[in-house]
Write a protein that binds this ligand. Structure first.
Ligand code: PPS
Length: 570
């Protein structure tokens, strides 16, 4: 158990101007250069302004930045492990000078703060990656950000807060440090254990957090990050609904839930210290540090970036200075013969220990398989099933490609009718001609315009797919690279099934329903696919159909069988 701590943390910074001064600042900002904040920068600014990043009073100046990278300290000597910088483009930096004030605006152009620029410099981003994250492997999310997304110029200086960023979701659960400290004071809580998370909570987490609170004789704060987490994580809307269900499992008056608008870096040990400093600012006295805290997973070499207990080790070295007590996380496992959760190191050799890995849990969700009751709460599983429906309830796109006259539209129509008859989801047909009329009427058949046309189709189809519908697309889509891009757009949203209608050119030309082949041969129509513009045959289509020897009915049937085999229809 940690030593008794001054409750509710040290002195907080509050970078917000008074209402009157904010009005004057708004007038002044009208003449300043304006920077549109990225969503990550908006998270950083939010936590700077509300004091969660105390003692910082703005984006790091150059000498602070260098010392943070090298020694995890500000020039003042205060421990600060993660650089918080404002990165901008060369073009923007070229228009401003040190000493100038700039306006910081959100995506809608609302003035959030001003920055008195004290330093402008071009950091060595690779060196930052090495010094802070101990790697230059860009599969590490923070390193990927530095290498591929960060602006090349950093601006440092004091921030003057004009208006908190607007968020429309979960307003009552978003707290500033002073609000949360006030709540703790009101509740008479003097010892508070914070639990950081970016994942949904299951039974093991509930047991572990409650046990940590009991052992520290403290109350519990579930403090999930909803700013930015690891790419591929469960979306925060789903997670927060899950947290609210899990909250019902704690005894009354013991536990609070609050959401933290932090942009995580997945920086492992350094990030654990950063998380603790933020929690101390929120008034917590204890902080749970688990196995592989804020771990970014494995690098290109297949090895984890940090050791599983590096974060605990680094925390221990700085615990006194951090002035918040670490509660090391012990792995909780379910013991079937005792029908209870207990720390792994307290089990006996004769115990039957049950575990379900994260990978296996996600597989079961994906396949719609049973999730045992000992693992999670039914309401949590329901929320996750809603967000990750099994394949037969996910949206998908059937993307036909083939020459003009190959039979794409006819088979696409037959398929649409059969899917409507099945009735499992709404169906939209984006036929080549229809798209050309309603979405792409101004486009020609140049390579550039064809690509644009296909990308528009891809965008609409990805939205339909994301929302659980079926999109059937039937353009010529002659270029392989463009089709690959469309696949890449749609895959993260649901299924993508490419159907190559391989009917030979001679057959298409012999049909010549629209008389276009004749015109093209006569030279009256330039750049016609298959005649004087290329058609690149797909190499990896899920279905290949030749309508010269297959009726539309049978062709559609073959596609249905593939959809069934892939699990998209039952
Ligand atoms: S693309 O390449 O995917 O953007 O083409 P798409 O939007 O599917 O449009 C193809 C239809 O437009 C008619 N058409 C042409 N096709 C190919 N090349 C040229 N130069 C051309 N000019 C007009 C043609 O009727 C296509 O219809 P389908 O239904 O494929 O026969």
């Amino acid at each position: 158990m940690g030593a008794f701590k001054e409750p509710h943390g040290g002195e907080l910074r509050n970078l917000y101007l008074s209402e009157r001064k904010a009005d004057i600042e708004k007038q002044r900002a009208g003449d300043c250069a304006s920077w549109d904040l990225t969503s990550r920068q908006l998270c950083d600014l939010d936590l700077l302004m509300n004091g969660a990043f105390s003692p910082l009073e703005g984006f790091l100046a150059r000498d602070d930045y260098e010392r943070v990278c090298d020694e995890m300290r500000l020039v003042s000597g205060v421990l600060w492990p993660i650089p918080v910088n404002l990165d901008v483009s060369e073009a923007f930096a070229a228009g401003i000078k040190e000493g100038e004030t700039i306006a910081l605006r959100d995506a809608e152009g609302v003035l959030i703060a001003t920055l008195e620029v004290s330093d402008i410099w071009r950091p060595d981003l690779e060196s930052e990656a090495r010094r802070v994250y101990d790697t230059t492997d860009d599969t590490h999310p923070a390193v990927g950000h530095l290498m591929h997304r960060s602006g090349p110029v950093y601006l440092g200086g004091r921030v003057r807060g004009v208006e908190p960023p607007t968020y429309y979701d979960f307003k009552l659960l978003r707290d500033t440090p002073s609000e949360l400290r006030g709540r703790f004071r009101k509740l008479g809580w003097r010892r508070i254990v914070a639990f950081q998370t970016r994942n949904p909570l299951h039974r093991a987490h509930q047991k572990l957090t409650f046990r940590a609170a009991q052992e520290a004789e403290a109350n519990l704060l579930i403090h999930p990050v909803i700013g930015m987490t690891k790419p591929g994580d469960v979306d925060h809307f789903t997670r927060v609904r899950c947290y609210e269900h899990v909250l019902e499992q704690y005894p009354d008056q013991t536990t609070q839930l609050s959401l933290l608008n932090l942009a995580m870096r997945m920086g492992g040990p350094r990030e654990a210290l950063w998380h603790a400093i933020v929690r101390k600012n929120y008034g917590c006295t204890h902080f749970i540090v688990g196995r592989d805290h804020a771990g970014p997973g494995n690098g290109k070499d297949g090895e984890p970036f940090y050791g599983p207990y590096d974060a605990q080790e680094l925390f221990r070295q700085h615990e006194e200075e951090l002035d918040i007590t670490m509660v090391p996380f012990r792995q909780m496992v379910y013991v079937e013969n005792k029908a209870e959760y207990m720390p792994e190191d307290e089990t006996e050799p004769s115990d039957k220990v049950l575990t379900l890995s994260g990978t296996e849990f996600r597989r079961r969700l994906r396949e719609g398989l049973d999730i045992p009751d000992w693992f999670s709460y039914p309401k949590v599983v329901d929320e996750l099933r809603k967000a990750h429906p099994p394949k037969h309830r996910q949206g998908f796109t059937v993307f036909f490609t083939g020459l003009s006259g190959s039979g794409k539209s006819t088979v696409a129509n037959a398929l649409m009718i059969k899917l409507l008859e099945d009735g499992s989801r709404p169906v939209t047909l984006l036929d080549g001609d229809v798209v050309r009329k309603h979405l792409s009427s101004e486009l020609t058949f140049s390579k550039e315009h064809r690509d644009l046309n296909i990308e528009r189709i891809g965008f609409v189809a990805s939205e339909i797919t994301r929302n659980g519908g079926i999109a059937i697309c039937a353009p010529i889509a002659p270029y392989a690279a463009t089709r690959r891009r469309v696949r890449g757009m749609i895959k993260p949203a649901g299924g993508f099934i490419e159907v190559y209608v391989s009917t030979a050119l001679e057959v298409c030309e012999a049909r010549d329903r629209k008389g276009l082949y004749a015109k093209a041969r006569a030279g009256a129509l330039k750049g016609f696919t298959g005649i004087d513009d290329p058609y690149e045959e797909p190499a990896n289509a899920e279905v290949v159909i030749d309508t010269s020897d297959l009726s539309p009915d049978l062709a559609a049937h073959r596609i249905l069988i593939t959809l069934e085999r892939l699990g998209y229809i039952k």
